[in-house]
Design a protein around this ligand. Sequence first.
Ligand SMILES: NC(=O)c1ccc[n+]([C@@H]2O[C@H](COP(=O)([O-])OP(=O)(O)OC[C@H]3O[C@@H](n4cnc5c(N)ncnc54)[C@H](O)[C@@H]3O)[C@@H](O)[C@H]2O)c1
Length: 314
Amino acid sequence: MKRAKISIIGAGNVGATTAQCCAAAELGEIVLLDCPQVGAMPKGKALDLSHAAAITGSDVRVLGTTDYAETIGSDVVVIAAGAARTPGMDRNDLLATNTRIVDAVAHEIKQSSPDAVVVVVTNPLDAMTYRAWRATGFPPQRVLGEAGALDGARFRACIAEELGVSAEDVSALVVGGHGEAMAPLPSCASVGGIPVAQLIPAERLAELIRRTRHSGTEIVSMLKTGSAYYAAAAAVAMMVESIVRDKKRLIPCSAYCDKEYGVGGFYIGVPVVLGADGVERIVEVELTPPERAAFQKSVAAVKKSVQAMERLAV
Ligand SMILES: NC(=O)c1ccc[n+]([C@@H]2O[C@H](COP(=O)([O-])OP(=O)(O)OC[C@H]3O[C@@H](n4cnc5c(N)ncnc54)[C@H](O)[C@@H]3O)[C@@H](O)[C@H]2O)c1
């Protein structure tokens, strides 16, 4: 059986770590691409990753390049190219720089991999996913963004730590945009099937939600020179796996919502069924009144960011 071809654009922290996760899980042949200005860097990282694969017993090829010709015919393309936050920055501060980068990358993907499913990681995530969708001209189902998988993992980790249980047994859902207005949903969180509200008092749960929302900033303030990437890369690899193995996992992703959730034509984090064709369907869940208010606040923040992006002369 032919292996999937997975191209990762941007061989920085998120891109290279995503390549490592995809290689370790033997998800397919991997091409790691960065811009020509970085010289042989992607080749060096790919060589290092192929040595790691020899140790982990992963039978995959990892190729590093600055030439889109090597990515031709990819099944999945991950966009992890672009500037990352440093302390004091909000994700929206990256808007102008990363819009230019996503435009350039999307243009290349459109030519080299016209049938690919595109997974965007670049921030500000929901606006950049929208941009990649517009710039590729692909059907919206084939362009999606990684955020909810990471934000949900952060919420799960907070709940697991609070209760002293394995995060494996914690199930949680975070919707809305990938910003501090994100909406973790207590009504959809459970531990071994037990609703979280039966295990954690409301005021402690509110504190865990606050921590989840600020986790990214917490990490940036400690790293100083960039933003978090291990969990983001693991989240992207989980999404890539669901696509290349057509697993149809239910994962929150930034997806194009028109009528769904009353969003009206924007990309926003919602639970989706993820398979070989990308977003196979959006799952609508009933939100409690406070959850709906949080979701709507988050949608408004994303709309503002998209409108600011559309006013940019790039
Ligand atoms: N969605 C999420 O959950 C999430 C999580 C973490 C990081 N991010 C975002 O992902 C992006 C990458 O983060 P990082 O930590 O890997 O940054 P990084 O600085 O380590 O790597 C970015 C890479 O992109 C490359 N690049 C820039 N322009 C390019 C172009 N035109 N073509 C190809 N490559 C290009 C750079 O040379 C660099 O190697 C940032 O925008 C960051 O904010 C998103």
